[in-house]
Design a protein around this ligand. Structure first.
Ligand code: GDP
Length: 402
């Protein structure tokens, strides 16, 4: 809003991050500099005000709980467009991390401008082009936070998209989001961003189907919430009886994933059973299996719906147990079971790495780094020979430099 835009103190208060005095100074300076530099400027494709865009994207980065350097860099992400001396200015006015992040963003920006996905190509070819782009993008940044900022920047574009008058522009941006950015968010395991990009992309590519599903979900909402509450009560009781500490909650379903499932299973709107889903978080890994046993003895499992992503994690390291059962009143209920730690990872993916850096120390942090290195090396496996050496160096430096 305009009031926030005028007042960095308001903005800082809304970020909800706990900040040291130095960090407050850094962010206030970034905010003021961005406001001054972007005044009256709009973004090329959408026409969105650059400063509001940067503030919106910074809020998304703050929600991922990335450190203040990344929030500052998000505000300053467009600086190369408006200051030719940015490479000297950023480290002087802010710090080297901010420069590195903005520099990475600038390189990615140039890549995506040059190598646009050909909208007219077949879906298969588009998928291949997007795959190549994703790899190039991941290969060219030494600090994955650059990609996270890029994703936040795109998410903000999607928040604004409904206000873009030209339908062709809206569709083009939405398509690129579904082809490139949502799969990228998925690869990095940043679920929060992935589903939002998908739903907003879908909304502009297939507005009618989007509205139909949204309406159907809305119609039975209260009934569904009521039902879920009863299931949750039962589950809480059972956990308590078994002496397992945990949390249970209903789980919102996302529109695009419902659409994909309808297409995959060739379901019609009339067959769109209302979707009821719960999630159980427990403290220890063995508890996941105990809870699974409890649920399957209470309610009949639906055949073919069980997946053990704990012993078989997804490529993005997502871990959880999935099952579906015939719950009370003969209604289907989808169930996810995982530990709190797995959940943190499920929601934030690679971003969790930088969240941990803040609080945790010592061994836990080291473990974290090792497991990320392993994952980054997996990406490297997917790439061609010559890229590999450079990339290994880049990642090693980044991961073990502090
Ligand atoms: P299935 O149960 O094995 O068919 O798994 P799906 O791929 O259909 O996913 C079902 C649900 O699991 C999704 O709606 C998500 O809630 C969750 N899920 C699946 N993959 C991921 C992932 O990579 N990250 C997170 N956070 N959730 C996931």
């Amino acid at each position: 809003t305009l009031a926030d835009a005028a007042d960095p103190a308001n903005w800082l208060a809304q970020l909800g991050a706990s900040l040291s005095a130095d960090e407050r100074i850094l962010l206030t300076r970034a905010f003021d500099a961005a406001r001054e530099l972007y005044a009256g400027k709009t973004l090329p494709h959408t026409g969105e005000d650059v400063f509001s865009h940067a503030v919106g994207a910074a809020a998304i980065v703050a929600d991922l709980n990335l450190l203040p350097d990344a929030i500052a860099a998000t505000l300053l992400f467009a600086v190369p467009e408006y200051r030719s001396d940015w490479q000297e200015w950023l480290p002087k006015a802010f710090n080297r991390t901010v420069l590195t992040l903005v520099e990475g963003g600038n390189r990615v920006q140039r890549l995506t401008e040059l190598a646009r996905i050909d909208r007219l190509a077949t879906p298969d070819d588009r998928a291949k082009q997007a795959e190549t782009m994703r790899k190039m993008l991941l290969a060219m940044v030494a600090d994955i936070r650059v990609v996270l900022i890029e994703l936040a920047w795109r998410t903000q574009t999607m928040h604004y998209l409904a206000q873009v008058p030209d339908e062709r522009v809206r569709r083009q941006i939405a398509q690129e989001t579904l082809d490139l950015f949502a799969p990228l968010a998925n690869r990095l395991g940043v679920w929060q961003i992935k589903w939002e990009l998908e739903d907003l992309g879908f909304r502009h590519i297939e507005p009618d189907n989007y509205k139909k599903i949204a309406k159907l979900l809305d119609e039975r909402r209260l009934e569904r919430i009521d039902y879920i509450e009863r299931v949750l009560d039962t589950l809480r009781g059972e956990l308590k009886k078994a002496g397992i500490k945990g949390e249970v909650a209903g789980r919102p379903k996302h529109i695009y994933s419902i659409w994909k499932k309808m297409k995959k299973k060739k379901l019609d709107f009339s067959e769109l059973y209302d979707i009821r889903a719960v999630r159980i978080l427990v403290e220890r890994l063995p508890d996941c299996y105990t809870v699974l046993g409890l649920i399957h003895s209470m309610w009949q499992p639906i055949p073919g719906e069980f997946d053990d992503y704990i012993s078989n994690p997804k490529a993005n390291d997502y871990r959880s147990l999935h099952t579906a059962v015939i719950g009370p009143e003969d209604r289907g209920v989808e169930v996810q079971i995982r530990t709190f730690e797995m959940h943190e990872h499920a929601e934030f993916g690679v971003a969790a790495h930088w969240r941990y850096k803040e609080g945790g120390q010592g061994d836990a942090q080291y473990e974290e780094k090792i497991s990320w290195l392993r994952q980054l090396l997996d990406w490297r496996e997917e790439m061609s020979g010559s890229d590999k050496e450079d990339l290994a160096d880049a990642f090693k430096t980044e991961l073990f430099s502090d």
